[in-house]
Each structure stands twice: as structure tokens, then as C-alpha cells.
Design a protein around this ligand. Structure first.
Ligand SMILES: [Zn+2]
Length: 492
């Protein structure tokens, strides 16, 4: 049973997962709040991400950094000059939209990375007019997407809200390299907010003006880009890729790192492509057919990216949507910071006896988009049950189990249930619910993504067993209270 974007948006608001920010004042476009359940889900995703990516090598560390940054950071990174999106406006009415999206939507032609001239050309060629009033469109212009801030009294300092978290690890690199025993590859991870003044924010948390990124910046020796100690172990793994050469067929082809290596992609890059796909398949059970690694061509990728694959998930109604990327950014960023800050970013690598500016491989994930994807792919409108079932994986779901006394006005049941809840709580993500019928409570638990419902009934008082009901199969099973924790921990 498929659902629409709107079904999901209504559900997420109703259950308090995600809803517009400042809503009592009418909200603000592109800004969302996560309620209780959404916050738990998002934090769980972040923790799973941390566990996985910080453990890929033993020289990775996490940073927590300021979101407001010096304007020179963005001179060095090129954001001040180049971080602009094309805007299309109507010559007669109020219509304004991001021009590449507008053209892509109306012509069905991929326009990622197109400049205003290319977009104007397409608008002319297809005779596109204002979708609202049918009048002529004004020529496409571009708008810088950063948020400037006036800091302090008298506002003499212009600073910016960072448009990507990546610049924070870059400006921290030299110090961290010295502190972490001057060893490469060095991983600096950061989970934090980024801000972009999107022209047309939409689709809930898929395109926001303030969003969370989880990124690992790997600084490495560029002379060793075609090496990775674990490459042999992964070289036969089947990657679901859509290469430039597969575009015409628009079909994913399974290719091994071995095959892709022969096509010129370096081993250090390929190893991480495998780890990323495994993150989606092994950690979140994303159905393979809903996942692909999309290779960007030269016109689409940022000029400093030597290799760039987007991580895409096939969402209901939206189709394949970018949720992250693997970017080989070369020495573009550190080189830029060296020039503007006048501080050397070069290091002396004792192992190779060489002096160089490290290159960067960026593993980038949009946390909000990934959380949205998990919600979208695990949302099922179960007509038989008459409620939504959110079959979220247990590693991210807000609660693994709910504890329910069959009746709330029977003291012995409530006493036993609260006792069980207190015992489980320190070990398993669980909640207690005694309101409404047991059927209603099961339905509520399904909608929260709770995997197990634990019901304490009158038999429990005699046989010291409880009924465990599984969210996905609705199968019920009697388990001795004494074995409950063991059962749940085994299942998790
Ligand atoms: Zn118009």
C-alpha cells in the first residue's frame, strides 16, 4: 500500500514527530521542529551514525564547533563568490522559484549544476512561462545562499552562519593534526547545523533553511589515494551504482570495487563507497532496490570535487532523492585556507618522508533527509489493523517496547506493570501506558514505531509471565517476567 507525501506530513505532525517551527505565529518557510518522538528518532540516528563512521578507522575524532564563522572562512572556501543558486522570477506577478528546479520539473530534464545562461536557454527553447499568471519570465539571476550576521554593538563585523559543517573541521585541521599525533589518515567528524537561504524550501525536512549534517572529513596522503589496507576484503562487494555511462538506460548496474577500480576510481574512495552502502543495507535494512549511488558528471559536481557520487534513496512520491554524498574534495579547502589565513596547511609525513597539503575525502549525510527517509520507507497504512504501522529499525526507533497493564483500575496489575517498567527502563528504550483499551494502546505503539508491546494481565499474577506482542507480525507470545530482559536484549 503506497502513500503520498501529504499522508506522511499529516501523520508526522499528528504524532508530533516533525512540524513547522514557530507555528503559533504562522510558521516560517523551510524551518521545522522535531517533537518528542522525532527528537528521539533523530538522536538515535546520530548515535548510530557516530558508532559506525567514527569506528571505520582508529584515528577519527568528533568535534563540536561554532555555527557562526569568520567571513574569511568563506572567502577561502569560495562560498562568498560562488555559493549561489539560480532564481527565476515572473515579470508580472510574485512568482519566484529556484530556476534549476523549476526547469527540471517542467521539462523533466536533469539540471543540477546548470548556470543561469544554460537555464535561460532552456526556458527559451521550451517557451516556459510563469506557472501562475502565464506571463513572461524575467531572466534567471543568481542569489548567494548564505545568511550574513551583524555581530556585536555597532555591527562592524560581518560573520556568517555556516552553509555547510565541513568548513569547521577544515579550519581546525592543523591544530587537530598536531594534537592527534600527526597521523594520517585523520578523520574529523561533526554532527551539526548548517544554514542556507533556500529560494524555495519545500517538502518538509527534505529542503530546509536550517538543517543538520553528519559528516566525516578524512584527511589523507594524496600519494596513497589508490591504497586502502582493507580493499582486498571489499573488492568483490556489489555496489549499486548509476555511472555516467549508465545514464541513458537510467538503470542501476551492480558493479564491484574491482570493476570500478579498472574504470579509474581510486581504492581509498571505493572502500568508503562500500562502507556507505553497507551502512544503509546492514544497519538500516534499506531495500536494495530503493538505494543507488549516483555518479555526478563534470557539469553537475562542484568544480573542486574530483569524484562525486550522491547517495540516493527512492522515496514515495519524490523518487530517488539525495540523502548524502561521497566527495573527493582534493586540497581545495585546505589550500584555500592556506592562502587566505597565510598559515601553512602543509604537513611533513614521516612515513613517506614527503611534504604536502593533505587531500580530503568527505562522507556527507543530511541527517534530516535520512530521518525523513527512514520514516517514509517504514510507514505503512495497515487497513486491516485500521492504523499506521511505523516499522522503524530497532536501533533508531524512539521506543523498543511499551509496558501495558491490561486494566488501569486494578491495583495488582498496575503494581506489577510499573515494577516491570522500572526494571526494564535502564536497559531498554521503553515507555509505560495505561490509558484506553489495550487495542488502542497497541495501535498507538504501532504508530510510534514501538517494536514490542508487553501486556500484564490477570494470568501474569499467577504464572509470572507476560504477553509480548510483535509490531510487525502482531504475533503474541508468553514470556516469563524473569526472562523478559534477556528476551528483549536478544531481539535487539
Ligand atoms: Zn506570473
Amino acid at each position: 500500500m503506497t502513500h503520498t507525501f501529504k499522508d506522511l506530513a499529516i501523520f508526522l505532525k499528528k504524532k508530533g514527530f516533525i512540524y513547522p517551527s514557530s507555528e503559533i505565529y504562522g510558521g516560517l518557510a523551510g524551518l521545522y521542529d522535531y517533537g518528542h518522538l522525532g527528537t528521539l528518532l533523530k538522536h538515535n540516528f546520530e548515535n548510530v551514525w557516530r558508532d559506525y563512521f567514527l569506528n571505520l578507522n582508529d584515528n577519527s575524532f568528533e568535534l563540536e564547533t561554532a555555527q557562526i564563522m569568520h567571513h574569511n572562512v568563506f572567502r577561502a572556501s569560495g562560498h562568498l563568490a560562488n555559493f549561489a543558486d539560480p532564481v527565476v522570477k515572473c515579470s508580472a506577478c510574485e512568482f519566484t522559484e529556484r530556476a534549476d528546479h523549476f526547469v527540471e520539473k517542467t521539462t523533466k530534464q536533469r539540471t543540477e549544476g546548470f548556470n543561469p545562461e544554460q537555464l535561460n536557454h532552456l526556458i527559451e527553447k521550451h517557451k516556459l512561462a510563469c506557472p501562475q499568471c502565464k506571463k513572461t519570465l524575467a531572466p534567471v539571476t543568481s542569489m548567494n545562499m548564505m545568511f550574513p550576521l551583524n555581530m556585536g554593538v555597532g555591527s562592524t563585523t560581518t560573520a556568517y552562519l555556516r552553509p555547510e559543517t565541513a568548513q569547521s573541521p577544515y579550519v581546525n585541521f592543523k591544530l587537530q593534526y598536531e594534537l592527534q599525533r600527526k597521523k594520517l589518515p585523520l578523520g574529523l567528524a561533526l554532527i551539526g547545523k548548517a544554514f542556507r537561504n533556500e529560494i524555495s524550501p519545500r517538502n518538509l525536512t527534505l529542503r530546509q533553511r536550517e538543517f543538520t549534517q553528519a559528516e566525516l572529513q578524512l584527511f589523507f596522503n594524496p600519494h596513497l589515494v589508490d591504497e586502502h589496507p582493507e580493499f582486498e576484503k571489499v573488492k568483490k562487494y556489489k555496489l549499486r551504482v548509476l555511472l555516467e555511462e549508465d545514464r541513458k538506460k537510467n538503470a542501476v548496474v551492480e558493479r564491484t570495487p574491482d570493476e570500478l577500480h579498472k574504470k579509474g576510481l581510486p581504492k581509498f574512495y571505493l572502500y568508503h563507497l562500500v562502507k556507505i552502502q553497507q551502512f544503509y543495507f546492514d544497519v538500516f535494512n534499506i531495500p536494495p532496490e530503493r538505494f543507488r549511488l549516483y555518479q555526478l558528471d563534470d557539469s553537475e559536481k562542484a568544480f573542486y570535487n574530483k569524484y562525486h557520487f550522491d547517495l540516493e534513496i527512492d522515496l514515495h512520491e519524490h523518487g530517488f532523492t539525495e540523502v548524502g554524498g561521497l566527495h573527493y574534495r582534493t586540497d581545495h579547502d585546505l589550500g584555500g585556507h592556506e592562502k587566505v589565513s597565510k598559515q601553512s596547511m602543509e604537513i611533513f609525513d614521516e612515513e613517506s618522508g614527503k611534504r604536502f597539503i593533505p587531500h580530503v575525502l568527505e562522507l556527507s549525510f543530511g541527517v534530516d533527509r535520512n530521518v525523513y527517509s527512514l520514516l517514509d520507507l517504514n510507514y505503512h497504512d495497515d487497513k486491516e489493523r485500521g492504523n499506521i504501522v511505523l516499522s522503524l529499525p530497532q536501533n533508531v526507533t524512539p521506543f523498543v517496547c511499551g509496558v501495558f497493564p491490561l486494566l488501569k483500575n486494578k491495583e495488582e496489575l498496575v503494581a506489577l506493570a510499573t515494577n516491570i517498567f522500572a526494571t526494564l527502563r535502564p536497559h531498554v528504550k521503553c515507555f509505560y501506558d495505561e490509558a484506553a483499551s489495550i487495542g488502542r494502546r497497541y495501535a498507538r505503539a504501532d504508530e510510534m514505531g514501538t517494536k514490542y508491546g508487553i501486556t500484564i494481565d490477570f494470568d501474569s499474577l499467577n504464572d509470572q509471565c507476560v504477553t509480548i506482542r510483535d509490531r510487525d507480525s502482531t504475533k503474541q507470545e508468553r514470556v516469563p517476567i524473569i526472562k523478559l530482559r534477556e528476551f528483549l536484549q536478544k531481539e535487539i
